[in-house]
Ligand binder design. Structure first.
Ligand code: ADP
Ligand code: MG
Length: 267
């Protein structure tokens, strides 16, 4: 069964793109078939996967506007381990162009139907806003992964995001659930980070991934080479953390298990 996951948080700079690229590479390293969809006009997941966003004729923009199919637009990444539906600045116009069109929030979901069975995991890197692009991601997804830094305003932002998820669930996608909350750029010596982390676990229980992503320079360097950290420095703390996250996701009980039902009621 294909698992479709939106990596989302309306806050910028929390590690969404870093998580999407490195989780895609880590799941692919475990022999899973992975498609990464870049939903951010900044195209950082595209560049970080080794694809020049300026040289693209077709992107996810053309898929959303129904000029191209998903199959026509996807490309194999530089290291060849996962497929990418790229994005660039063109996508910034999509929001305005989609407003008056039918099924504007379900375009990605519809376009995915033709290819989704070819993949075990489809990961969508959402932009830092609760806009129509993110809404397309949330409507297409089975679940969301929320990367977050454990800092003072993190929990406040989280409640806005959870409200949005509940609205999407009520109006568009009744199956949508939270796959997990991921603590990123974590510094265990920072007392505030520890306190926020404890509060997160108190509120969200085992929805908080056991795996913590540390602050690690190799993770910040890798996009400059257009490769996931796994191919930049496999022994780095960052590479090992994302491999551990992939394993935690692979080991998770299925969405219909009893454990998962209990978690959902606690949210
Ligand atoms: P978002 O997609 O949420 O805006 P990014 O993944 O682009 O966030 O991360 C923001 C910045 O922080 C980038 O420069 C990225 O390289 C860096 N970064 C992300 N995660 C880490 C980490 N664990 N350690 C060090 N730097 C990181
Ligand atoms: Mg990003």
């Amino acid at each position: 069964m294909t698992r479709i996951l939106a990596i989302t948080n309306q806050k910028g700079g929390v590690g969404k793109t870093t998580t999407t690229i490195n989780l895609a590479a880590s799941l692919a390293a475990a022999d899973k078939r992975v498609l990464l969809i870049d939903l951010d006009p900044q195209g950082n997941a595209t560049m970080g996967s080794g694809i020049d966003k300026h040289a693209l004729e077709h992107t996810v923009y053309h898929v959303l506007l129904r000029y191209q199919s998903m199959a026509a637009v996807r490309i194999v990444t530089k290291h060849g381990k996962y497929h990418l539906v790229p994005a660039n600045q063109d996508l910034a116009g999509a929001e305005v162009e989609l407003v008056d069109l039918s099924q504007r929030e379900a375009r990605l979901k519809t376009a995915l139907q033709a290819v989704q069975n070819e993949y075990d995991y489809i990961l969508m890197d959402c932009p830092p806003a609760l806009n129509l692009l993110t809404l397309n991601g949330l409507c297409a997804a089975h679940a969301v992964i929320i990367p977050m830094q454990c800092e003072y305003y993190a929990l406040e932002g989280l409640s806005d995001l959870i409200n949005t998820i509940q609205k999407v669930r009520a109006n568009f996608n009744s199956m949508l659930c939270i796959e997990g909350l991921l603590r990123t750029m974590f510094d265990p010596r920072n007392l505030l980070a520890q306190q926020v982390s404890d509060q997160l676990k108190e509120h969200f229980g085992n929805k908080v991934y056991r795996t913590v992503i540390p602050r690690n320079i190799r993770l910040a360097e890798a996009p400059g080479f257009g490769i996931p950290v796994l191919y930049h420095d496999k022994q780095s703390k960052g590479a090992r953390a994302y491999l551990a996250l992939a394993q935690e996701i692979l080991d998770k009980p299925g969405p219909n298990s009893k454990d998962d039902d209990r978690d959902e009621r606690q949210q």
